[in-house]
Design a binder for this molecule. Structure first.
Ligand SMILES: C[S@@+](CC[C@H](N)C(=O)[O-])C[C@H]1O[C@@H](n2cnc3c(N)ncnc32)[C@H](O)[C@@H]1O
Length: 802
């Protein structure tokens, strides 16, 4: 068991480990990031001068398209004189196109002479800035556009004529043109457009601070000028367009920094100027998706898709948000590819089932079920707020600090996360308010609103304290490639993460929930049938450890679960055995490599199991089967050793027996939780037999029948009315995607049944698997559906498996 931090961290089954520390925070593996990279469908090349926003707009907006068309054929001048309203003394389309035609570096003189359409007319004032090139951009202090430094620049701009101070920027020869043409672009608009584009350039070079300063300068000046009655109508029109793009560009910048709420603020403003602005809609959709507001994300992507129905990436994003929305309301996840073929973990949205947070006597607050649930029912899916990995040679406090840092950053992105973190306990009762948080806060897309009167700001220390007490071991949440990816190292790592809602689970040595990970998403299921109002618990430490009660004390509480109470009574009778096992724990739990060590392990294992079994029989209390297994669980290491011995030996019967025994013991603790592992093993077995002997072989048919038969019998026992016709199971419609297999509980043992080793004996393996199935009380509900999917895998899938 890994010991990671100075304070408790949940280990193994995702339970808090008192030796270590758990964390759920922002991290190397940041959570809630969009499922698509910005590059994937960054339709607007924000960095090009004539960006696709503009191009797109010109395509979709018919009035504008026709106006542009018209401009080409009819001299702007004539149009102006003939048809334009006197108040709009400069044609908006033409002005916009003039802005579009700007380039970031000053065009050379000849080019500027070619811009006849937009040449300023003498009557409106020319724009002579021939000297600006020599001054260079750097000389211009951005953000200070009121600097009265422009006298040498363009004395004839209309704004300046009104006595306004104008920043000497841009320094270019844009509109130097002797030909007669339309009136000049308002100088202010040129300035701000230039600043905006400079922001884009900076963003392109990853100079975020510089980009932010430019966008903000552009927005601030633009907004104030919009309100200024002296700003001309043409200028206002142009400013609106510039502001739309500046807000949208700044949103893109915040998107890169994962500041989701900032993205929402900026896109909302951009959309006020143009509610169809496609890039703002997409950026908004991404942020909403990351904030798990899937329904609203669908609306944003849908609106973007309406504008550009051919954009497959937006269509994919919309589909993804729709899937997430469905997951978050139904709790149905299709994990088949991940579980069957060990593919990368799919993104899973949060889901909150029939669960509430309530006060618990002597334990602060805890989670409870609100209705009757069957073992295996999905109760919660929660994505990590943050996960961090660190080399195992580092200290636990290093990991804590890293997590706290990541969380600190994450909290800036969402008020919801900030509130969630606020409600976690810091382990300091005098500092904790122990309020019961509103469950809506954890439900994706709920109408939860932050309470403005509540100050939920947390200092770094506050966060670090919470991290210390509320982290889970995250090693199972990551797949290998992710480990230490930030550092490019492959050495052993320790990983911790913070999952907020699951942090309200209190400890029990006979937990009522089972946890599995699908990537960063933690799935919490009922480990047994639960009645309404029953508390949901998890085990903070590996509950197979002989010294688990000592471990729990590190969390500053005494566990009073039924198993602990039984152990306390049996202590005098089992104490010696337990101490012995405690001393030899490493010996029993590690695989011995040398022959003599192996032999030693065999002798000790056989001896120890004999003593445990006779102690159980001679106890002064009569224990039922489950309670006997609770005793055995404390000695799991020796039973597990027996299984490994049997497996390395040749007698398959022994292996099966040992495996069955393990399953039974473990089931006493985790109930229905083990079903998923057996299901996975069944699937693997069938896959193996299919590949080895062929889909139409007798071996495969028999294997399948045997597995099906066991599943069928089990179903009949559990749910007499649940069988389909003709002796086959018919999973109900709603179970269709409810295909879950635990990679967790039994998996680390059962999955060690290496199919390759048993190449010649698939039927014997079937016996192993089906025996397990019969011993596992519940959980065949989806087996047949799942196996059928496995069997009917396409040719491509089969190749993939090979
Ligand atoms: C991760 S928190 C669990 C949620 C916590 N009860 C709350 O109100 O936020 C862990 C803390 O809960 C309390 N706790 C958990 N399980 C307990 C148990 N079985 N008995 C007493 N206290 C428990 C301990 O104070 C422990 O430090």
């Amino acid at each position: 068991m890994s010991v990671m931090m100075g304070s408790p961290r949940r280990t193994d089954e995702g339970h808090p480990d008192p030796d270590a520390q758990s964390d759920r925070g922002t991290c190397e593996h940041e959570t809630s990031s969009p499922r698509y990279s910005d590059e994937e469908f960054d339709l607007e090349d924000s960095y090009t001068l004539r960006n696709s926003d503009d191009e797109y707009e010109s395509k979709i907006s018919s009035p504008r398209s026709s106006a542009t068309e018209y401009n080409r054929t009819d001299p702007l001048h004539g149009r102006m004189q003939g048809t334009y309203d006197a108040t709009n003394y400069y044609p908006y389309d033409a002005a916009e196109d003039a802005l579009d035609s700007m380039t970031s570096s000053p065009p050379d003189r000849e080019e500027s002479h070619e811009s006849t359409d937009f040449a300023p007319s003498e009557s409106e004032g020319t724009f002579e800035v021939s000297d600006v090139k020599s001054r260079g951009k750097e000389a211009c202090p951005l953000g200070d556009i009121s600097e009265p430094n422009c006298k040498e620049l363009s004395p004839k701009s209309s704004d300046e004529e009104k006595g306004k101070s104008i920043q000497p920027y841009p320094r270019t020869t844009w509109y130097r043109c002797e030909k007669k043409g339309p009136p000049p672009l308002p100088f202010l608009a040129i300035q701000l457009e230039f600043i905006r584009r400079d922001g884009n350039d900076r963003l392109k070079k990853n100079d975020y601070d510089g980009a932010l300063a430019r966008y903000t300068a552009c927005i601030t000046k633009g907004q104030s000028s919009l309100l200024d009655p002296s700003t001309s109508p043409t200028c206002k029109m142009l400013l609106k367009r510039i502001l739309k793009l500046a807000y949208s560009n700044r949103a893109q910048m915040h998107l890169s920094g994962k500041l989701w709420e900032e993205v929402l603020n900026d896109t909302a403003k951009a959309l006020k100027f143009d509610r169809h602005h496609i890039q703002s809609l997409i950026r908004r959709g991404k942020a909403l998706h990351s904030l798990q507001q899937y329904k609203q994300a669908c609306q944003a992507f849908g609106a973007a898709l309406d504008r550009n129905p051919n954009n497959l990436q937006v269509a994919a994003a919309l589909h993804e948000s729709m899937t997430s929305h469905h997951q978050s309301v139904s709790g149905k996840y299709d994990l088949s590819h991940f579980l069957l073929y060990s593919g990368p973990p799919p993104e899973c949205s949060d889901y909150v089932g029939p669960v509430v947070i309530k006060e618990v006597a002597h334990a602060g607050r805890g989670l409870f079920v609100t209705k009757k649930v069957e073992a295996g029912s999905l109760l919660i899916v929660c994505n990590a707020l943050a996960i961090s990995s660190i080399s195992s040679s580092s200290t636990n406090s290093d990991l804590s600090v890293r997590l706290a840092r990541l969380i600190m950053k994450q909290l800036k992105a969402s008020k919801r996360w900030a509130h969630q973190m606020y409600y976690l306990t810091s382990g300091k009762p005098e500092q904790d308010n122990q309020e019961i948080p509103d469950m809506k806060m954890f439900i994706p897309g709920s109408d939860w609103c932050p309470d403005p009167s509540k100050d939920v700001s947390l200092s770094f220390l506050d966060i670090a304290r919470r991290v210390t007490l509320n982290t889970f071991d995250a090693s199972r949440a990551l797949f290998d490639g992710q480990k230490l990816e930030s550092e490019g190292k492959t050495e052993p790592v320790i990983s911790s993460g913070v999952w907020v809602l699951p942090s309200f689970l209190n400890h029990s040595c006979v937990p009522s929930t089972g946890i599995m990970f699908v990537g960063k998403a933690m799935f919490i299921r009922a480990a047994r049938n639960l009645e309404p109002g029953e508390e949901l618990t998890t085990s903070y430490t590996a509950c197979y450890k002989p010294n688990r009660r000592k471990s729990i004390r590190k969390w500053s509480f005494e566990c009073r679960c039924e198993r602990c109470l039984q152990d306390a009574m049996l202590e005098p009778y089992l104490d010696e055995l337990r101490r012995e096992l405690d001393a030899n724990y490493a010996h029993f739990s590690s695989k011995k490599s040398t022959k003599s060590e192996k032999m030693d392990a065999v002798i000790k294992t056989i001896d120890m199991i004999g003593r445990v079994e006779s102690a159980i029989e001679s106890l002064p209390l009569v224990l039922d089967a489950q309670r006997k297994n609770w005793v055995r669980v404390s000695f799991m290491a020796v039973y597990s050793n027996k299984f490994h011995m049997a497996r390395t030996g040749t007698d398959l019967g022994q292996t099966i027996q040992a495996l069955q025994q393990l399953a039974a013991i473990e089931q006493s603790i985790y109930g229905g939780g083990v079903q998923y592992a057996s299901l996975r093993t069944s699937s693997q077995l069938l896959g193996y037999v299919r590949r080895k002997f062929g889909k139409n072989s007798e071996d495969f048919r028999q294997t399948l029948e045997q597995v099906q038969l066991e599943g069928f019998n089990q179903k009949r026992i559990d749910q007499p009315d649940g069988c389909g016709e003709g002796g086959k199971l018919c999973p109900s419609e709603e179970d269709e995607t409810d295909v879950h297999i635990c990679k967790h509980f039994m998996s680390y043992k059962i999955e060690t049944v290496e199919l390759e080793e048993k190449r010649q004996r698939p039927k014997a393996l079937v016996t192993t698997v089906t025996s397990l199935n019969t011993r596992i009380a519940i959980g065949t509900k989806n087996v047949m559906k799942y196996l059928n999917e496995t069997i009917q895998g396409s040719e491509e899938t089969e190749k993939e498996i090979e």
